[in-house]
Design a protein around this ligand. Structure first.
Ligand code: C5P
Length: 236
């Protein structure tokens, strides 16, 4: 019972102020997304990978024609308007095009998180395998958390930090359960910023698996310098 990996990679990344989406920016000898894919390629528990990309994305086409050309079990699905739409499209590709059974495990991981370690991936897989409610990598909040007043400029109060976590990816669930949860949340117009939020709306309580804080999401230019440091650190 191998799992399938879904990589939403259809974002434009306006906060990076670059000439291309952040997943295609150069990072330690390749592109961000190539590092992300490397976390999963060749892993014994992975059956295959579906990447959701924007329609006519020239950067993805170029990679698929060159460095990724010989990669087996790597598929492309159409991206969507929001991240959740891209994930849902990739899940639909798994069920409708590849005919993957709904009880199969799926793992969703942001294209923009190239520093996932094998150790964290294995930790999540071990925790998530038997878990019907799903499982996610997360790190406990360390800073003091302030809730702003309606003006967005003044502090209303301090949130209780104990028990607060940053949600990372990968996030793991069963294909059929996740697909139904995302479709339902979409239909109801609920805000879905990660897979777990859709599962929560469905009344499920995924497991929090403590991961490494170095599994950052490339969002702003300084994150590339951090990722470079982390990747070199992990390699050395
Ligand atoms: O923009 P943000 O950092 O939240 O994006 C997280 C991940 O979701 C990125 O890998 C991005 O490419 C992906 N995404 C997507 N489809 C969208 C928006 C974002 O696949 N419509």
């Amino acid at each position: 019972n191998k799992i399938w990996v879904v990589i939403p990679a259809a974002g434009v990344g306006v906060r990076m102020q670059a000439d291309r989406p952040k997943q295609y920016l150069p990072l330690v000898e390749k592109t961000v997304i190539e590092h992300t894919l490397e976390c999963f390629v060749g892993h014994p528990a992975v059956a295959g990978i579906v990447v959701a990309v924007s329609d006519g994305d020239p950067f993805w086409a170029e990679l698929m024609a060159t460095t990724l050309a010989t990669q087996r079990n790597l598929y492309t699905a159409p991206g969507g308007r929001e991240r959740a739409d891209s994930v849902l499209n990739a899940l639909t590709y798994l069920t409708d095009t590849l005919h993957i059974p709904p009880e199969t495990g799926v793992l969703v991981h942001d294209a923009a998180r190239p520093c996932l370690s094998r150790q964290d991936l294995n930790k999540l897989l071990a925790a998530g395998y038997m878990e019907a409610a799903g499982a996610i990598l997360a790190v406990p909040v360390r800073d003091t958390m302030k809730r702003a007043q309606a003006d967005g400029a003044h502090i209303s109060h301090t949130e209780e930090r104990n028990g607060l976590w940053h949600a990372l990816t990968p996030q793991m669930a069963t294909l059929g359960v996740l697909q139904a949860a995302l479709a339902d949340a979409w239909q109801k117009g609920l805000a879905v910023t990660d897979e777990a939020s859709a599962l929560e709306y469905a009344g499920l309580h995924p497991i929090l698996v403590e991961g490494d804080a170095r599994n950052i999401k490339i969002t702003r230019p300084a994150d590339l310098a951090l990722a470079t440091f982390f990747l070199r650190d992990v390699a050395g």
